[in-house]
Design a protein around this ligand. Structure first.
Ligand SMILES: C[S@@+](CC[C@H](N)C(=O)[O-])C[C@H]1O[C@@H](n2cnc3c(N)ncnc32)[C@H](O)[C@@H]1O
Length: 325
């Protein structure tokens, strides 16, 4: 095939992709978040958006997924326009992506078709109904930008369900409540969180659906306090959890975290066997109120400076007197 024919085919392909994309936009509105390179110089959103968040999630899965991408089964909850799901499918993973809004899911479907990703399954469903019986289990569960759109008790239940759905890794990217906290009971435990308005109370179901990044229907959501979210992960059966800071997301708000939770086996201590049972009862307070170590406290620094004003022989004498020489 000569160069001219190749170029002509590519230009016809590009026209088809652009026309199909225009149809999607006419029907469901423009892309709002996920920028996917479709080849032929065509992109979904058309500009970089939250590339650092995608880079962080890809790196976490590469580093902690426990197997090459092609061997991973990944669940993407609340997949929006499929940016994360498509990225992992392109890397060879088997991906199931669940989204509650057709307007978002059809954009993901378009990207899947253009890129020919057979191992990506797109499901229109409510994440509150996702369970092992229907979907099976996954090496990696992604819960990105979703948990803080659910109200109590759904947010608690989703964390318990993610523990059931995962064999290894759950990645949660979420806002957390840092003030005006209220207690909520769930399965006999108390968790603290901040209720946040999702929709105007009188918004119609259509208006709620049209808000493409928000909760599906609940007018209020619960932003769990960081300590309570960690307590909840422990209660759900995760064996360890980590806050990811590298790769960097320099503009991420201070009240938004990327947490990685591992579904491992809890280890009892061999050196101090009786301590394990006590450690299992430890609960974190909702907010971290720990003080810095002694040498960085103002009281210590001032006391140290004041001591230096006293002549050295007198200090030595006083130390001897106090038995600290
Ligand atoms: C803020 S967006 C985050 C999207 C994506 N995961 C990301 O990190 O870019 C929240 C997404 O979750 C979807 N969503 C919210 N509540 C849902 C529910 N109960 N079931 C299914 N999808 C839901 C929304 O439609 C939206 O696409």
């Amino acid at each position: 095939m000569n160069l001219f024919v190749c170029r002509s085919i590519r230009s016809v392909e590009k026209d088809l992709v652009v026309r199909h994309k225009d149809e999607i936009v006419a029907r469901y509105g423009p892309w709002t978040a996920h920028d996917i390179d479709l080849g032929h110089g065509v992109r979904t959103l058309g500009f970089d958006f939250e590339a650092d968040k995608l880079a962080r999630i890809v790196q976490i899965v590469a580093d902690l997924g426990g197997a090459p991408f092609e061997q991973l089964r990944i669940l993407d909850l609340g997949c929006l326009e499929g940016g994360y799901a498509v990225e992992f499918a392109r890397r060879g993973a088997e991906v199931v992506a669940v989204e509650g809004r057709r307007a978002n899911l059809e954009k993901a479907r378009f990207a899947k078709e253009v890129l020919g990703r057979d191992r990506l399954e797109l499901v229109l469903a409510d994440v509150r109904e996702v369970d092992v019986a229907r979907f099976g289990r996954f090496d990696v569960v992604l819960c990105l930008g979703l948990l803080y759109h659910l109200d109590a008790p759904d947010c608690f239940e989703l964390v318990h369900r993610m523990a059931e759905l995962s064999t290894r890794l759950v990645v949660i990217d979420t806002y957390v409540g840092t003030g005006a906290l209220r207690p909520f009971e769930h399965r006999g435990r108390t968790y603290w969180g901040r209720p946040i308005r999702e929709h105007e109370p009188d918004a119609s179901p259509e208006e709620r659906l049209a808000d493409l990044w928000a909760s599906l229907d609940n007018p209020r959501s619960l932003w769990l306090a960081p300590g309570s979210l960690l307590n909840l992960l422990a209660d759900a059966g995760f064996s360890s959890a980590f806050r990811c800071e590298l790769p960097f997301e320099p503009d991420k708000p201070a009240d938004r975290l990327t947490l990685v939770a591992i579904r491992g086996t809890r280890q009892a201590l061999l050196a101090m066997p009786e301590a394990s049972a006590a450690l299992a009862q430890v609960r974190l307070p909702p907010l971290d109120r720990r003080r810095p170590s002694r040498k960085q406290r103002l009281s210590f620094i001032l006391a140290e400076r004041a001591t230096r004003l006293v002549p050295k022989p007198i200090r030595r004498f006083a130390k001897r007197l106090l038995g600290r020489a």
